[in-house]
Design a protein around this ligand. Structure first.
Ligand code: SF4
Length: 120
């Protein structure tokens, strides 16, 4: 399997060609540095993304608070993570960095608030 992709690890945006052989070996070309090779391998074998969303809030000066996963999570877990975030109803106040959900979607990664919302 061959995939063409742009490395998003820095603004240079190198065009990568990533080849996965039948035996599972992955080769990356087109990268200018080691980070591009790491990115290409990750994208081919287990793509990861930081998820950003909004969590519902009661008793706050706003009805929602922005949030994100503290680290990237596997792309395949994003739908479950978004469902868990949508099912939450937190109580204000929330401060930037507060844990909104621990271990979202069983990934071992927490969802944290990314803004401060005061109580009404
Ligand atoms: S391969 Fe290296 S230089 Fe090229 S975009 Fe990725 S991080 Fe930047």
């Amino acid at each position: 399997m061959t995939k063409e992709m742009i490395c998003i690890s820095c603004p240079m945006g190198c065009m990568l060609t990533v080849v996965q052989e039948a035996d599972g070996e992955v080769r990356v070309t087109g990268n200018t540095c080691k980070r591009g090779e790491t990115y290409g391998r990750q994208e081919m074998t287990c793509p990861m993304r930081v998820v950003t969303s909004l969590v519902r809030l009661e008793g706050g000066v706003r009805p929602v608070c922005s949030c994100k996963t503290r680290q990237p999570i596997p792309k395949a877990k994003i739908p479950q993570a978004l469902e868990e975030i949508a099912a939450q109803l937190k109580r204000a106040p929330l401060r930037r960095g507060d844990v909104v959900i621990a271990d979202v979607a069983g990934t071992g990664v927490d969802v944290i608030a990314t803004s401060d919302i005061a109580a009404r």
